[in-house]
Design a protein around this ligand. Structure first.
Ligand code: FAD
Length: 431
């Protein structure tokens, strides 16, 4: 995977700064679900007369933030079993991106990137969401009944049917679970690396055929402020997750709350019988179990509201407290979880958006006004001088990065390319 460690002011990589005229140079900040999706969709607009050069900035690398630490659960329903806002569009777009990523990593010319055997990017196991209270069960029932039966992909299962799907599950006979058979769980790190590889392959092909100048460059670089990028790009798209709130130009201007989550990587010890059944669905019930192979599970996640600790590292104190919480919530439903061994930890910071009547919607739109009104000493004048750069934000994906990243990433890319904010749903401009 090609990376460029240099700062932002160099030109698009291999051209050494000299670019064919008409190249549209766009910076995408953050290589999580949002940023890599936007990068892919921007590249799809490359043309021979206006080739696109995307520079993707990330201080850690692809999947280094919340996306890489996530459980990778993908489905289009809210906790009550109701289709999310743009859930169908989000679902279809996410499946397309998974297919793009899958094609890239199975390309024979790239086996070096992923090793000789290609590990799966995703598993289609479905999800079983357990009703913890009678109220949840009623919601499930209502939404399953309301969904048109011929289109509905969800079902309500009683205790015995749920136990059949997940042997060892503790759910009373009169209990109820929502079953989403088409749900997928993604291996987020592999998926994102493969999607970025798809960007690189696409740009290489386009630049050697009819769109010379097309490029996808990864820059391992920490962006300290938007001012650093002044004048270098026609557009800058901020996809920094919760850390967008730390940019000097955006401090205290975004309606986001941060929430750190810690996830245990569990492995079945040798000799453990009745390990998680090879066809059994993932589980959701406050905490969640995401299956990542025959003997590997992710168990997540804790909620530390207001934390600004975005580190993927989990120290011993945090691990001990997280394990206690996760086990306390999970063992009553799935007692054999206690026999699994902790293999490692992962953690990330979610950027939680405000709740609206349509649920928790991400943030997307043009932030020119926010950036230019920044009164921080010296910034405003410099930024005013870069009036040709347009500034965009795509963030606040909350706990649902996967369902939102594909369709909205596409919409954001269109708005950036046509320099037209009205191509984005107005409701997402929540600042
Ligand atoms: C524990 C946990 C479990 C989750 N499980 C799921 C799940 O199962 N399904 C689901 O759909 N969603 C899940 N989510 C939510 C999902 O992870 C987020 O919605 C999603 O990752 C947000 O993507 P993003 O691209 O906006 O942000 P991020 O993935 O956080 O990406 C931001 C990137 O910006 C980089 N960055 C930050 N600041 C700078 C800077 N100044 N300069 C350069 N680079 C910078 C970071 O390194 C990072 O790579 C989970 C989240 C957590 C924390």
């Amino acid at each position: 995977m090609a990376t460029a460690a240099a700062g932002p002011l160099l030109g698009c990589a291999a051209t050494g700064g000299l670019q064919p005229s008409g190249v549209r140079r766009i910076a995408v900040l953050g290589a999580g679900f949002a940023g890599v999706s936007v990068a892919w969709h921007l590249l799809q607009h490359t043309t021979s007369s206006a080739p696109i050069c995307v520079e993707l900035f990330d201080e850690v690398g692809v999947g280094g933030g919340a996306s890489g630490a996530s459980g990778g659960l993908l489905h289009p329903y809210n906790p009550k079993g109701k289709l999310l806002w743009k859930g169908a569009e989000g679902w279809n777009a996410a499946l397309k991106l998974l297919s793009v990523a899958g094609t890239a990593c199975s390309d024979t010319s790239t086996t070096g990137e992923f090793g000789s055997t290609i590990a799966p990017l995703a598993w289609k196991r479905g999800i079983l969401r357990l009703a913890k209270q009678q109220k949840h069960a009623l919601d499930f029932q209502k939404n399953v009944n309301n969904a048109a039966s011929d289109e509905s992909k969800i079902a309500c299962l009683g205790g015995p049917a749920a136990r059949e799907l997940v042997p060892g599950l503790e759910i009373p006979a009169e209990g109820l679970a929502l079953y989403i058979p088409q749900a997928i769980n993604v291996h987020p790190q592999r998926y994102l690396k493969a999607l970025w590889l798809a960007c690189e392959l696409f740009s290489r092909k386009a630049s050697t055929t009819d769109c010379p100048g097309t490029q996808a460059v990864l820059r391992n670089y920490r962006v300290g402020s938007l001012t650093e990028l002044k004048g270098s790009y026609e557009a800058v798209v901020v996809c920094l997750g919760a850390q967008a709130m730390l940019l000097p130009e955006l401090v205290d201007k975004l309606p986001l709350t941060s929430c750190r989550g810690v996830v245990a990587q569990l492995q079945a010890p040798r000799g453990l019988r009745n390990v998680y059944d090879s066809q059994a669905p993932n589980l959701l019930f406050g905490t969640w179990v995401a299956v990542q192979g025959e003997r590997d599970l992710l168990l997540g996640a804790t909620k530390d509201w207001g934390s600004m600790n975005a580190s993927p590292n989990v120290d011993n104190t945090e691990a001990t407290s997280a394990l206690e919480k996760l086990m306390d919530e999970t063992a009553p439903f799935y007692p054999s979880i206690k026999k699994w061994k902790v293999k490692g930890w992962q953690a990330g910071l979610r950027a939680m958006p405000p709740r609206s009547s349509l649920g928790s919607l991400p943030l997307a739109g043009c932030i020119d006004e926010l950036v230019r009104s920044s009164q921080l000493g010296g910034y405003s004048e410099q930024i005013k001088n870069t009036a040709s750069t347009k500034w965009w934000l795509f963030g606040g994906l909350g706990s649902r990065g996967l369902i939102h990243h594909g369709w909205l990433g596409d919409q954001v890319a269109k708005a950036v390319i046509y320099r037209n904010e009205s191509l984005l749903p107005q409701i997402l401009k929540q600042w």
